[in-house]
Design a protein around this ligand. Structure first.
Ligand SMILES: [Zn+2]
Length: 148
């Protein structure tokens, strides 16, 4: 699974890929256990009743159900990265409720999954994805796809 594609800028701490698979990494408050994804870039717990200041990486479950989705049919404006010299292709965005954590994680649907195949409530799984930057460089991101 490690194919050498670097994480999209700013997201290196948001997921891990290795022999044990591809997982998203939440920040877990070391005081109360509250999870946040993406990990909080600043100290402090997402729970306003907790004074915790530290968080540690916490692997999230990789399966869930499709809570909602939408299709993006317009070209995102700058500074959103876009591959050079390519036609814009519409894509789907999924909000997946993780089975174990009951938290909702957004992500792009794998590009080979037709929009017409998506149904709210269907089983989804995490998969590595690739984003092509505005300079044509491949960058690792995560995608969601219906469970096979
Ligand atoms: Zn906390």
């Amino acid at each position: 699974m490690t194919d050498g594609i670097p994480a999209a800028p700013g997201t290196a701490a948001w997921f891990r890929e290795g022999p044990d698979g591809f997982v998203l990494l939440a920040g877990r408050c070391t005081t109360c256990g509250a999870l946040s994804f993406p990990p909080r870039p600043i100290p402090g717990c997402p729970d306003p009743d907790c004074d915790g200041q530290e968080q540690s990486p916490h692997p999230l479950s990789t399966t869930g159900s499709l809570w909602s989705y939408t299709d993006a049919r317009y070209v995102p404006p700058p500074p959103y990265p876009r591959p050079p010299d390519t036609e814009f292709s519409p894509y789907a965005l999924a909000a997946v409720e993780l089975t174990a954590e009951r938290m909702i994680v957004l992500g792009q649907v794998a590009p080979d999954v037709p929009m017409a195949d998506l149904r709210v409530g269907m089983a989804m799984e995490l998969t590595p994805g690739v984003l092509v930057s505005s300079t044509g460089v491949e960058e690792r991101v995560w995608n969601w796809r219906p469970t096979a």
